[in-house]
Ligand binder design. Structure first.
Ligand SMILES: Cc1cc2nc3c(=O)[nH]c(=O)nc-3n(C[C@H](O)[C@H](O)[C@H](O)COP(=O)(O)OP(=O)(O)OC[C@H]3O[C@@H](n4cnc5c(N)ncnc54)[C@H](O)[C@@H]3O)c2cc1C
Length: 454
């Protein structure tokens, strides 16, 4: 057992009181806060880092909707507003494998700031939730720590959008977390400068000719077959070769993956090429190791790119993502649970808060929504068991492995965020628990906000 000490009890100042508190500002939390404020609730959005956006801005994942094809039946709502707003402000570029545009990860920090200010959300950055305030199974607030010390934020309803379900976990809500060797891999994302883009594009078009079928060369991937011949910006074999030929010294097993866009000044962005397994991001020792090992793998990946790939001869590291990227950790055990068969059979439900196309990327599956198939997202998978006043959105909602792999995508996190934020505002306004919320009112409010619920 780990050695422990007893801390003295203390008085903790209350920094803020609000109707709705959203913890975490990724695609889910940012959207939840905007939706809550637009529904008329006094709303605070609290974030541990210095910018809003979660994985998008903090890890550097620009491909917000890379699943979109001509036949895709897509969701609507605040997630689509992000795309429109970023485009208006000049922060998008065409995404290479879909009909979408990427969201510039630096520019989106500004887009998020503007949308929060305009919605009237009270922002609180550099504040990490470290504990919860509970009274008889009811969540009353959270304890945050930052440069101002240890403070409390009290709220009538709380939306947990931490990705790791930190609030739900601290509050004692039941959850599932797979054994760490089964969790999806973690990634140190990196960007390069000094790339000769024209030469690289010529190599891709004339020699590499990558398709989604390449994904399955070294590992098992189940597709619909309809994906196999589509272009995918993916490479894998050069890294194995680099190891065999001694270009990179270490095991290249974690290196393979995708690139995204290039800028006119020769930057290659979102190099998603380090995929390391066996790390639990809720364990600080694991994340410490993953950050350091991930950066080593990224440097080796750049060595291999420089050696073998036309256009990358003079490439150099521009930056790493500001933090490690985590795909999977805790998933709450909610009132409902989205499972593989539901996603793959166009699941429908009475308590839908939005739709998401039939899109699965990871955990051995690659299904792209090219044919218009979609499923509805049940409100019940946002509602945790045993804890009152709490609702959850984003990648930690209640799902099995494949349900999670689909719903973890950023646009879907925005859909669950909008559902949760709107529900929290209505629950606070009507003084009802999430379990007793009027679903018809929630759905009609979402529809008024432009969400497609059926
Ligand atoms: C490397 C990588 C590549 C990916 N590629 C894609 C892709 O191409 N397209 C796609 O759609 N999806 C992709 N995903 C998945 C997607 O980015 C995530 O699943 C999604 O961002 C999850 O959104 P979220 O809002 O639930 O959580 P996050 O985006 O993780 O946001 C959580 C927020 O909560 C904050 N936070 C956490 N704990 C606390 C705390 N205790 N106190 C205060 N704040 C806290 C974090 O700082 C963060 O801002 C990728 C993920 C990774 C890691």
């Amino acid at each position: 057992m780990m050695k422990s000490i007893t801390e003295p009890s203390r008085e903790t100042p209350v920094l803020m009181e609000t109707e709705v508190l959203v913890v975490g500002s990724g695609p889910a939390g940012l959207t939840a806060a905007i939706a809550s404020a637009r529904t008329g609730a006094k709303t605070v959005l609290l974030e541990r880092y210095g910018c809003f956006g979660g994985v998008l801005t903090q890890v550097g994942v620009e491909s917000f909707a890379w699943y979109r094809h001509e036949g895709t039946e897509d969701c609507e709502g605040i997630g689509r507003e992000y795309e429109r707003r970023a485009k208006e402000l000049g922060f998008t570029r065409p995404e290479p494998q879909s009909t979408s545009e990427v969201l510039d990860t630096e520019g989106f920090k500004y887009v998020a700031d503007r949308m929060i200010v305009e919605a009237g959300v009270t922002p609180l950055l550099h504040s990490q939730v470290v504990d919860v305030i509970m009274e008889d199974g009811t969540l009353k607030g959270v304890i945050v720590e930052g440069k101002s010390g240890r403070q409390a934020v009290l709220a009538e309803r709380i939306v947990d959008c931490t990705g790791d379900a930190d609030v739900a976990f601290k509050a004692g809500a039941p959850y599932t977390k797979r054994e760490k060797n089964s969790l999806m891999g973690v990634t140190v994302m990196f960007n390069c400068a000094g790339v000769h883009v024209e030469r690289f594009n010529k190599f891709v078009e004339e020699e590499l000719k990558p398709t989604y079928a390449d994904w399955g060369k070294n590992w098992d991937v189940i597709t619909d077959k309809k994906e196999d011949d589509l272009f995918s910006p993916y490479m894998e074999e050069i890294f194995t070769r680099a190891h065999e030929e001694g270009v990179i010294p270490g095991d290249a097993g974690a290196i393979a993956g995708t690139w995204s866009t290039f800028t006119e000044t020769g930057e290659a962005l979102q190099l998603n090429m380090v995929y390391a397994f066996g790390f639990d991001c809720t364990d600080v020792l694991d994340v410490t190791r993953a950050e350091i090992e991930g950066r080593q793998q990224a440097i080796w990946a750049i060595d291999a790119l420089r050696h073998y790939i036309p256009g990358f001869e003079n490439a150099r590291l521009r930056n790493f993502g500001m933090t490690l990227g985590t795909r999977e950790s805790r998933l709450i055990d909610g009132k409902a649970r989205v499972v593989k068969d539901y996603v793959l059979n166009q699941g429908r439900c009475d308590d839908s808060i939005g739709i998401f196309p039939e899109f699965i990327d990871g955990s051995g599956y690659l299904i792209l929504p090219t044919t218009g198939r979609y499923y509805q997202i049940p409100f019940g998978c946002l509602v945790p068991q045993k804890v009152e006043n709490l609702i959850v959105a984003g990648r930690c909602i209640s799902a099995d492995v494949i349900g999670h792999t689909s719903m973890r995508n950023m646009m879907c996190c925005a859909v669950t965020g909008q559902g949760a934020g709107t529900a929290a505002a209505l629950a606070a306004k009507n003084s009802v628990s999430f379990n007793a919320l009027n679903i018809a009112e929630l759905q009609s409010t979402l529809k008024e906000q432009g969400v497609r619920v059926d």
